[in-house]
Design a protein around this ligand. Structure first.
Ligand SMILES: Cc1cc2nc3c(=O)[nH]c(=O)nc-3n(C[C@H](O)[C@H](O)[C@H](O)COP(=O)(O)OP(=O)(O)OC[C@H]3O[C@@H](n4cnc5c(N)ncnc54)[C@H](O)[C@@H]3O)c2cc1C
Length: 390
């Protein structure tokens, strides 16, 4: 049997950050990752510059595969688009997520955390003196006892399903191709497509990865399997994807229903996708998961050393996460519900009424009131969008 102060389950952005920050408090930390390496789940790999800063990972050429200066969102009629591209400053990056997570793992180990791969947690139990888990490894079954466990296993989280109320937890199925021979008009612009024909209740994306390679994917919330929409999307975008070939294919889900009401319990915490800490309208969750891991890990490490892992003591983590992240997730969820209620005609209208900054505000749950005030001047959008955003 292995013993530790803080057990982190899952080596994604949330878990690796949590392990690092718990270890920085001086706690004895063990992180268990089911797979043989990090970052095998498909991902668009798009992050803001602020996200890399938060991760404390330098935007070096091995981690960054493309620098991003802006985006284009295409309306359902595809003749209208909203564009925001900065001439100079880099706004974000497409990262090699596997290398990025490897850097985070090294940083956690440098701070003293023990990181084990091929360690699949198959059961979690609350014990009298903490938490006990069963782990399947290539050499057999192992039991780990910890004062406290942080569930960072993503949307399949055992900890969340067994010990937390997941009411409202909604998953959007996504599929993604990595394609080569993609003929992009710009290498530094993210492309998004919305509408009921492209991706009902979700959106499609083309994210450049350099050397004519791109991540091409979509998520749908209704209307049939995501794969058939992706096949149709590739055919529709013959201008960009006509000569492209699939070199990788992956499917996974993103939790877009907002954050769970409770993300701590006696001896337990949730960070990242397991807690629903994703910006609902964009489905982006790397930055919000890193932020959760940082605060959660720090609180977990300190409280484990103080021998107080009660829900009350661990409550410092959700309290500190609330601003800016918790409230931002709630506002973006509100915006998602409003956008989701619009027809393709309404979305075409909206594309003609907003600019790139408004799109950034709506998608990220930032200044919704500013966008709503602008749309109040528009007869149809005032009723269908602006009033609901206020
Ligand atoms: C198709 C797709 C595209 C996306 N694109 C973007 C994007 O461009 N930008 C962005 O910001 N976000 C994106 N996201 C969302 C982002 O990937 C997640 O929000 C983020 O990775 C969540 O981090 P996490 O650490 O909570 O979970 P995860 O990244 O899911 O990591 C969980 C880890 O736990 C491990 N694990 C699971 N169960 C166990 C177990 N029982 N025992 C041990 N280990 C276990 C898994 O193997 C995995 O490594 C995308 C998601 C999808 C599906």
């Amino acid at each position: 049997m292995i013993k530790c102060d803080v057990l982190v389950i899952g080596g994604g952005p949330a878990g690796l950050m949590a392990a690092k920050h718990a270890a920085m408090q001086g706690a004895n930390v063990l992180l268990l990752e089911a797979k043989g390496s990090f970052g095998l789940k498909p991902c668009g790999e798009g992050v803001s510059s602020a996200c890399l800063e938060a991760a404390e990972v330098k935007p070096s050429s091995d981690v960054v595969v493309e620098k991003i200066r802006g985006f284009e969102v295409y309306a359902p009629d595809e003749t209208r688009r909203v564009r925001l591209v900065s001439e100079g400053e880099v706004q974000g990056y497409i990262i090699d997520k596997r290398r990025f997570l490897q850097r985070l793992a090294e940083a956690a180990q440098d701070r003293g955390a023990e990181v084990k791969v091929e360690a699949n947690v198959v059961d979690v139990r609350l014990a009298q003196d903490g938490v006990s888990v069963d782990v399947r490894t290539p050499t057999g079954k192992v039991e780990v006892n910890a004062k406290l466990a942080i569930g960072c296993e993503g949307y399949t989280s055992i900890v969340a399903r067994k010990y937390f109320d997941r009411e409202g937890y909604e998953l959007i199925p996504c599929v993604q191709y990595r394609m080569r021979n993609v003929e992009l008009p710009h290498n530094d612009v993210l492309m998004f497509y919305v509408g009921s024909k492209v991706a009902p209740g979700g959106y499609a994306w083309i994210f450049p990865r350099g050397d004519k390679i791109a991540n091409v994917g979509l998520g749908v919330r209704r209307g049939g399997p995501a794969t058939s929409y992706l096949e149709a999307f590739v055919k529709r975008r013959g201008d960009v994807l006509g000569k492209a070939e699939v070199i990788e294919l992956g499917a996974a889900a993103v939790p877009v229903g907002g954050m769970l009401k409770h993300i701590v319990a006696d001896g337990l915490m949730l960070c990242g996708d397991s807690a629903g800490q994703v910006i609902p309208l964009t489905g982006g969750g790397i930055h919000s998961s890193l932020a959760a891991g940082r605060i959660g890990g720090e609180v977990a490490g300190r409280k484990a050393l103080e021998n107080d892992v009660s829900a009350k003591a661990l409550g410092e983590y959700p309290a500190r996460y609330e601003e800016p992240w918790g409230s931002r997730i709630r506002r973006s969820l509100k915006a998602l519900k409003v956008i989701d209620s619009l027809s393709d005609d309404d979305l075409n209208l909206l594309a003609g009424a907003v600019n790139g900054e408004d799109v950034v505000n709506i998608a990220n749950g930032w200044d919704l009131v500013k966008v709503a005030a602008k749309l109040m001047k528009h007869p149809t959008l005032a009723l269908k969008v602006a009033r609901k955003l206020f």
